[in-house]
Design a protein around this ligand. Sequence first.
Ligand code: PHE
Length: 381
Amino acid sequence: MSASTALGRGDLPDAWDSGDAAGIDPEHDRRVEELKPAGAGVAAFYDRAARGIAGAPDLAELKERHTRLLGRERGIVTGRLAGLPELSPEERRQSGRALNLIKRWLTELEAARRSALEREQESRSAQGLDVTLPGRKPWIGHRHVLAQIQEELLDLFHGLGYSVYVSPEVESDDYNFGKLNFPPDHPARDAHDTYWVDGGLLLRTHTSPGWVRAMEERQPPLRLVFPGRVFRAEQVDASHMDQFHQVDGLFVDRDVSMADLKATLNTFARSIYGRAVRTRLVPVYFPFVEPGAQLDVACVICDGSGRVRDARCPVCKGGGWIELLGAGMVHPNVFRAVGYDPEAVTGFAFGMGLERIAMMRWGIPEIRLFLENDLRFLNQF
Ligand code: PHE
């Protein structure tokens, strides 16, 4: 190798030797050997250059060292490559091959070292704790609007002495209908549009089957509420879903009267809609109560007038009253079905739909919103 292309260890700082070239290039020793025929100095130069790249402590220093070796203007290897044409053909062949190998291998080493340093930097900044940054707010959910209403109702009835009784969503015909005094072919069954399950079972159409289970298990006096999901094979529209939620109530003791029922329902209505709310009980037929009634409240939107700004009230449809729940005195046949003596005990029961209560209270026009899990809706409650 002539003077213009000669290379040696002394062309680079001693300190570069501390880098571990074999650590990032398993081929390192073999490559040094491969360069030896071109001259011991060339091989030693490459060894130190490779160690310098491998041992570059940070990205800035790596760039510095890379420029020193392969920089376009002043890179040592670049300069030697530029001097090749001055050499004799024999020298040019040998030095040219060595210099091109050195250039290729150093380029590879530089890329490997650079990505290692970048990875280090990333993980350092991921682990580092910058105490001046604002804290990351954890995402906190909250209870579904129906769960909130249910909790509010259970809380209210808890204050009136009621305990919670939970009964199955999949029921037998007997508990959902038979023991609740629905005759086998009574049209009242059709009104419930039942989802049937294999084996004579069904998805409960109301939470009232819970009364039967509770009364079969326990003796009076009873004061219970029955929350839960119910199912009806309804045509789905803005005010009908094929699943919704109810809370039933049952009070059985000696000498329970209709007056007790009225007082309880008025307490409930005032707690939900405010002290000023007006109510009325209207006779209605249900197979499991006698007499049966529905509780209406004066429409909270139009205050019972049926009109809003010279137009028909959209919520009560002009009637001025809204049907809130079904209620009545427990039918003697229901007591007989569970083994109670209807001459000895009396009781009242009521059942309300949670979606309806929520829709009325907040003016929610669309029952499907409760099941869609759209946060824009849910976050409003
Ligand atoms: N279970 C009835 C229904 O789902 C509601 C009701 C309960 C009516 C208790 C009267 C007494 O429609």
